[in-house]
Design a protein around this ligand. Sequence first.
Ligand code: NAD
Length: 435
Amino acid sequence: MKKVSVVGLGYIGLPTALIAAQAGYEVCGFDVNREKVDKINTGDSVIFEPEISDRLWDVLSKSTFRAYKDLQYADCFLIAVPTPFNADKTADLSYVYNASELVARRVMPGNLVILESTVPVGTTERVVEIIQDISGLKSGVDFFVAYCPERVLPGKIFKELIDNDRVIGGTCQRACELARMFYGKFVKGFLHITDDKSAEMVKLVENSSRDVQIAFANQVAGMCYSAGIDPFTVIDLANRHPRVKILSPGCGVGGHCIAIDPYFLIEKFPQDTHLLQAARFVNEQKPDYVVQQVQEKIIELQDHGILRPRVLSLGLTFKPNIDDIRESPALKIAQTLAHMHHEIDFVAYDHNVGKVEMKRLGFDVVTDLWYELKQADIVVVLVKHKEFNCIRDHMLEGKVVIDPCGLLHDLYAHQTHAFLEGAVRLQQGMHKTVA
Ligand SMILES: NC(=O)c1ccc[n+]([C@@H]2O[C@H](COP(=O)([O-])OP(=O)(O)OC[C@H]3O[C@@H](n4cnc5c(N)ncnc54)[C@H](O)[C@@H]3O)[C@@H](O)[C@H]2O)c1
């Protein structure tokens, strides 16, 4: 296997293409977004991810990778296209089926086709049918298909592409062997072999498990706020139990994976997903809960004569230290607050989101965090970007701080108990009175 065509040059496809090229494959990337293809070929890595720029320049200069506007013939086709959901939360598999049709027009005897997109159980079977119907070739005899889900963490994609264990779900023995050979060239983690349906299910239960655990943490937070205590302290202490590992609460769940993938199971197995449905409900409600907390504080400030308080929200992305805003609860909260412009003077700050994108989202571009902190009456911490670790106690003096993701707890945790008490009061959204 020498030549690889990667279909879809996004957060997953592009890094995988680069790693494969650096591992010795001749890699042709293909994307339907023609502008993206042009940018990538000029060395613009398009996505925000550590190491990506250097790796892209490396493979472009060695001519082991190039992006194309049409799909190139290859020994192995790797599909990494989006799998969003429709307005009614059913899976939108149109990108996967469209990519499969394109592959079907290029596939040759002996080729391997790998699907990496996260998909509902049974989708790989449908991909096989599409390729067979169009190409006239037979799966398991002429060409071979495997489902190999991706489980990387944005921000650490290259490390995890290499180090993580991978699940290889072959539709036949030969597909498993070929996929193992393909990944074996750059994956140091263990390659676990199974069938395609099991691999599809593995990916979906991994992300659904995270969703359920985050929902539990969010419910713990809700109970603690109602009881007037600090959820982050409670969770820290509960986690000292040798068999308890509660995750961190936040302002909701976002991204292209955890907020979507449980619905692929809920759609297919409605009777067996009550827990998943409840978790989705809890996590989807969380942004509204945060907005409600902000609204309550706005009214309190107005009652104290600050008629149009200035509200600063920190972070817009769906998790810290990335630029990805897909399904972001922080963005949803910020956009809701921005619509309250008759009552408040609203500013959103996120240095990871580019100026053009900020404008497209309808936000003013602000770049001076310290100035914005100084001007704000209410600070809403939505994402714990590394940059915010520099915020110090005196910068928040006299301000209302609403902190659903526990930045202040992290900042104060190593300090004295008196500071921690201050943090508790801040997280409850009261005026800051740090002892
Ligand atoms: N982003 C993550 O952290 C992550 C992690 C694990 C799994 N996944 C899964 O990987 C898949 C890809 O996600 P992503 O984040 O890379 O998406 P993305 O939106 O960043 O990239 C997908 C790319 O595919 C292109 N595309 C769409 N249809 C195409 C077609 N028919 N032919 C060629 N290109 C096409 C789009 O233009 C886009 O550039 C999804 O199923 C996602 O759930 C993502």
